[in-house]
Design a protein around this ligand. Structure first.
Ligand SMILES: Cc1cc2nc3c(=O)[nH]c(=O)nc-3n(C[C@H](O)[C@H](O)[C@H](O)COP(=O)(O)OP(=O)(O)OC[C@H]3O[C@@H](n4cnc5c(N)ncnc54)[C@H](O)[C@@H]3O)c2cc1C
Length: 598
């Protein structure tokens, strides 16, 4: 726990938009301690020895082997790290669990099998189970003796999860709920012993249930034929007059949505960590190929076009990673604060993740899209071999794609970011309106041209991020004021705004990481990181500006339109470094290391 920020210096959820953060108060991945790194190494060791040699078999739906490997990972201790010791777990802190998720990504589809078990499968019982339920299930889930799955989605309800048709009715003797329904796309469906199922009591009260696979009336469909992650089990689960004991109701009747949605906050940041891990592996594969493959008597890594791709892969990984672990540490610090105030462990982590739900949603989008960029350009770097199942990149490409779909599609997560932000503003939890008004006022004054603030380490980039915040506050404030309730029907604008906010968070996190790193290692040792930060910020400013213009053009007219567009120009004015040369330098460093090395 030594590597968490000092209490009181951590910003609350989404406050990054209106407040500044000192680099000394952020956690950076370079600060993981030995113990935490050892947990990640142990996972990699297990996967290298046991999972990777079995990849081909797993890809062909060898469910008994998948089950055995999941059990072995349990024996190895990899399923117990979020579970308290009183339930046979080894309860590691949140940062360690997030890092473990990144390390597990080495296992490709198998990471999903572990993640669904330890995450959405086990956490509902850990967070919402009563003491008897925890005592019954958690020790066996910690060892892998029992395997878990999470059943929310149905053929007719995915994004609109609360429209589920599965129904539970209390039996006449009051001892059971009779469950009927059909769930779809259930990860670990083919091997789970315990399902966390959501159904409506009397067709109305959305409620969670713990359902054992052994109960009469529970059947599994055939394995889905998927685009990727073929080594994981996904199938439909059918419930036909299943007698679920009343003591298996999870949490409060009618409050299943609290379980379903809260579990997803943690799932989303973990997904971001997993995508960062997957992207690092795909980047290394790309770098090695760029070194090996020769065309026109040169290795392809010497071509500028390829160096651009290698550089950009690294930039997106480094930036996404900076933001992911910044948030993970904030969640951990908040969790510790809540525990200090007397909340039990499970409630504290849940509350902390809810506090940073906005960050979790945007990280899910950022991570999954960074991974898709990396694997897509990875295929391109491999040329024809990128299209061959004989080389690793084709599978990486197929496996990556799911991340934009589950844990809430990226569209749903983008909309959630704005929805949650405006709700917090309306409840008075986050004052975005006063800073937004201040920015509008600033627009009435002439811009300052003094470059004096631009000297010093990454000073221009820092100033650019401050201006990006102003651009967001101006655009969001004016749009929300004008459209009010109608904003929720203008989804394109919600997407633009959400992307603007993500750019701010990721750009700032990247600067803070590099700044902290330079403070310990010195500038000379961090040239790659400095280049990555400068390029990321330069491009982020442009992307933010475009999204802002699209948002404003969507509704503003006349003088207001002109004034807001002028404001955007003012707040996105940034000279930036020579990004072509910076990417070349980054690529050269990667090629020299022959792996992703940041
Ligand atoms: C391999 C795999 C594993 C999965 N594992 C699990 C699991 O273990 N447990 C589980 O419960 N579920 C699981 N899912 C389900 C997954 O969470 C859903 O597929 C996902 O939430 C999307 O729902 P859907 O497929 O019904 O798509 P839809 O909701 O029909 O969405 C289709 C498209 O419409 C968009 N859309 C939907 N609503 C809106 C809206 N209001 N505004 C704008 N756009 C909208 C979506 O973004 C998407 O682009 C899994 C899915 C897959 C493919």
């Amino acid at each position: 726990m030594e590597n968490v920020q000092v209490e009181g210096k951590v910003l609350k959820g989404a406050e990054f938009l209106i407040k500044e953060t000192d680099a000394q108060n952020v956690f950076i991945p370079e600060e993981f301690n030995e113990e935490q790194l050892m947990v990640a190494d142990a996972a990699r060791e297990f996967i290298t020895q046991r999972v990777i040699p079995n990849t081909e078999k797993l890809e062909k739906h060898d469910i008994p082997l998948l089950t055995k490997l999941l059990e072995e990972s349990g024996e190895y201790g990899l399923l117990a790290t979020a579970i308290p010791e009183e339930y046979e777990g080894t309860q590691q802190d949140f940062l360690t669990n997030t890092l473990l998720t990144e390390a597990n990504s080495l296992g490709g589809s198998f990471a999903l099998t572990m993640g669904a078990h330890t995450g959405i499968g086990t956490l509902p019982i850990l967070y919402f189970g009563n003491p008897a339920q925890k005592a019954k299930y958690l020790p066996k889930l910690a060892t892998g003796e029992l395997k878990a799955a999470y059943c929310l989605t149905e053929p007719g309800s995915g994004s609109d999860a609360l429209a589920a048709k599965s129904k539970a009715v209390l039996s006449e003797d009051g001892k059971h709920y009779i469950l009927n329904g059909q769930k779809m796309w259930i990860t670990n469906g083919g091997l789970a012993d315990v399902f966390c199922v959501f159904a409506k009591i009397d067709g109305e009260k959305f409620t969670g249930f713990i359902v054992e696979a052994a109960y009469e009336g529970v059947t599994r469909g055939a394995e889905e034929r998927k685009l990727g992650i073929k080594g994981s089990s996904t199938c439909q689960i059918f419930f036909e007059n299943v007698k679920v004991p009343v003591e298996n109701v999870l949490g409060e009747i009618g409050r299943g949505h609290v379980i379903a949605f809260n579990i997803l906050n943690i799932g989303r940041i973990k997904l971001a960590a997993g995508t960062i891990g997957g992207a690092k592996i795909a980047a290394t594969t790309s770098i090695k190929y760029a070194n090996e493959r020769k065309q026109f008597k040169r290795s392809i890594g010497t071509f500028g076009a390829i160096q651009h791709k290698l550089g950009e892969q690294a930039i997106r990984i480094y930036a996404g990673e900076s933001a992911t672990y910044r948030s993970a540490a904030d969640i951990q610090a908040m969790e510790e604060k809540l525990m200090h105030e007397g909340k039990p462990y499970s409630q504290a982590l849940l509350g902390a993740a809810e506090e940073y739900a906005i960050e979790c949603a945007l990280l899910k989008v950022v991570g999954s899209e960074a991974l898709d960029y990396v694997v897509d350009e990875g295929v391109q770097i491999f040329g024809g071999m990128g299209y061959s199942e004989e080389a690793p990149m084709a599978r990486n490409y197929r496996d990556a794609r799911i991340n934009r779909i589950f844990e809430g599609t990226n569209e749903i997560n983008r909309m959630l970011v704005i929805d949650m932000l405006l709700k917090r503003a309306m409840k008075g939890q986050l004052d975005i309106m006063s800073p937004a008004m201040a920015v509008q006022k600033e627009l009435m004054t002439p811009p300052s041209f003094g470059g004096s603030g631009d000297s010093g380490f990454l000073a221009a980039e820092k100033k650019a991020v401050q201006s990006m915040k102003k651009a967001v506050l101006m655009t969001l404030g004016a749009t929300a004021q004008k459209l009010m309730q109608k904003l929720q029907d203008e989804q394109e604008i919600l997407m633009y705004l959400s992307d603007m906010i993500a750019e701010v968070y990721v750009a700032e996190s990247t600067i803070l990481r590099t700044e902290k790193l330079v403070a310990t290692r010195g500038e000379a040792a961090c040239q790659g990181q400095i280049d990555m930060t400068s390029v990321f910020v330069a491009d982020a400013v442009e992307r933010l500006g475009l999204n802002g213009r699209n948002a404003i053009r969507a509704w503003a007219e006349g003088d207001e339109r002109r004034m807001l567009l002028m404001g955007l120009r003012r707040f996105t004015k940034f000279e930036g470094v020579n990004t072509k040369n910076a990417r070349r330098r980054i690529a050269q460093q990667l090629l020299d290391a022959d792996e992703y090395c940041f």
